[in-house]
Design a protein. Structure first.
Length: 125
């Protein structure tokens, strides 16, 4: 179920391990009707969402939510995220990256240091 308030979200660092925050975020996003793309290093499923390993040119990504540390962001994801031109990027606890956040601002993309799970729970997503 999606509607006009649904935000297509790319979860980077997705995993099929149920004890991980990225797993919980994918489930909670889907539970609230958001379209989700899960990008991770291993194949798997999170509910009905397949985890993809290839960085594809997804269309209409509203939000990217990060579950990978800054070193991995620099090595593998910064240029890719910018190329998707999302409206915002959420830096979950432990993923804060001031240099990348500054770059996003220059690119017209809003960086947010927050917890996706808390945002969803409090209606701030």
């Amino acid at each position: 179920m999606t509607d006009k308030t649904s935000k297509k979200t790319l979860v980077i660092g997705a995993t099929s391990k149920p004890d991980r925050y990225a797993f919980l975020a994918v489930n909670k996003l889907r539970g609230q009707g958001h379209q989700v793309v899960a990008l991770g290093v291993d194949d798997g499923l999170v509910g009905d969402v397949p985890i993809v390993k290839e960085r594809m040119a997804f269309n209409d990504i509203d939000t990217v939510t990060l579950y990978v540390r800054p070193a991995i962001q620099r090595e593998s994801y910064e240029d890719y995220i910018v190329s998707l031109n999302p409206k915002r990027v959420i830096f979950n606890p432990g993923t804060e990256n001031p240099a990348f956040e500054n770059r996003l601002v220059k690119e017209g993309i809003e960086p947010i240091e927050a917890c996706t799970l808390v945002m969803l729970s409090t209606g701030q997503y």
